[in-house]
Design a protein around this ligand. Structure first.
Ligand code: FAD
Length: 228
C-alpha cells in the first residue's frame, strides 16, 4: 500500500480547515482497502469521504486516514435496483434514481458526499434519510472480513447508525417502488432548487452546523435564532 506522509487535510475537507495527518492512503479496491486497514492497525484510522461533514483540528490527526477511490466508485443498475460503491457520490445516486423514476430519493439532490459518508451519517433531511432507501450495505471489518447489514441491523435514526466506528462501508444496494417519471423529476428539481437557494454552497461549510435535538425540543436553527 502506498502511504503519503504528513498530508494536510484542509484541502480534503469542505470547511477548508484541518492540520496534517500522519499518513494517508487511497485504496482503489477491496483488496487494497483490506491491506490498508491491516497496515493502519497500529495507528488506528479514520475513513474520509469528501469531507462534507467533518471538522478537523488545526493540530491534525494522530492516526492514519484512508480515502476510498477507483473500483469502489461505481453506480450500476441491477434488476431495477441501484448498487453503488462507497466512493460513489450521493448526487450520482440521486440522479440515477431520478432517471429510473424511483420514488423517495429527491432529498439527496444537492447533498454533497459519498455513499460511504452518507450511510455512516444517515444523510438526508429530518424525516427522509438514506437508510430509508437501502436494502443492505456491505462493510469491511478491521480484520478485512466483509459483512452485509440490513436496515434493521444498523437501526438507523436521525444522523446515526448502530455500526462500530472502525467498520468501513464499501457498497450498498438501494431500491424503491417506481413512480411517474414527470412527477419524480419535478420532486427532484424543486427540492434541488429550494436547497441550492437556501444553503451556502460557495463558501466553506458542512451544510447544517448543528444537529437537531430530539423531540420535544424545537429544530436547532430555532434555538440558535432564539439565542441571538
Ligand atoms: C452544502 C452542504 C449541504 C449539505 N446538506 C446536507 C443534507 O441535506 N443532509 C445531510 O444529511 N447532510 C448534508 N450535508 C453534510 C454532508 O453532505 C453529509 O453528511 C454527507 O453524508 C457527508 O459525506 P462525506 O463522504 O463527505 O463524508 P465525510 O464528511 O468525509 O465523513 C463523515 C463521516 O463519515 C465517515 N465515513 C466516510 N466514509 C465512510 C465509509 N466508507 N465507511 C465508514 N465511515 C465513513 C467519516 O469517518 C466521518 O465520520 C451537507 C454538506 C454541505 C457542505
Amino acid at each position: 500500500m502506498r502511504w503519503e506522509s504528513d498530508v494536510p487535510l484542509d484541502s480534503l475537507a469542505r470547511y477548508r480547515i484541518g492540520g496534517p495527518v500522519q499518513r494517508l492512503c487511497r485504496p482503489e479496491s477491496l483488496e487494497a482497502l483490506r491491506k490498508g486497514l491491516r497496515e493502519a492497525s497500529d495507528t488506528g484510522y479514520k475513513i474520509l469521504g469528501t469531507g462534507a461533514n467533518v471538522l478537523i483540528s488545526d493540530r491534525g490527526l494522530d492516526c492514519s486516514v484512508l480515502v476510498l477511490k477507483g473500483e469502489l466508485d461505481y453506480v450500476r443498475v441491477e434488476n431495477g435496483a441501484i448498487e453503488a460503491g462507497a466512493a460513489a457520490r450521493l448526487p450520482a445516486l440521486a440522479g440515477t434514481a431520478r432517471r429510473l423514476a424511483l420514488r423517495g430519493f429527491h432529498f439527496l439532490e444537492a447533498v454533497p458526499g459519498t455513499i460511504g459518508g452518507g450511510l455512516r451519517m444517515n444523510a438526508g433531511s429530518r424525516d427522509d434519510w438514506l437508510w430509508h432507501c437501502a436494502e443492505w450495505a456491505q462493510l469491511m471489518t478491521p480484520e478485512g472480513e466483509l459483512v452485509r447489514m440490513s436496515p434493521a441491523e444498523v437501526a438507523p435514526s436521525y444522523r446515526h447508525v448502530d455500526v462500530p466506528d472502525d467498520w468501513v462501508f464499501v457498497a450498498a444496494r438501494f431500491s424503491a417502488p417506481k413512480g411517474e417519471i414527470a412527477a419524480i423529476k419535478e420532486a427532484h428539481m424543486s427540492f434541488r432548487e429550494r436547497k441550492v437557494r437556501d444553503q451556502v454552497y460557495e463558501l466553506p461549510s458542512i451544510g447544517s452546523t448543528w444537529k437537531n435535538p430530539p423531540a420535544p425540543y424545537p429544530a436547532a436553527w430555532l434555538i440558535v435564532n432564539e439565542v441571538g
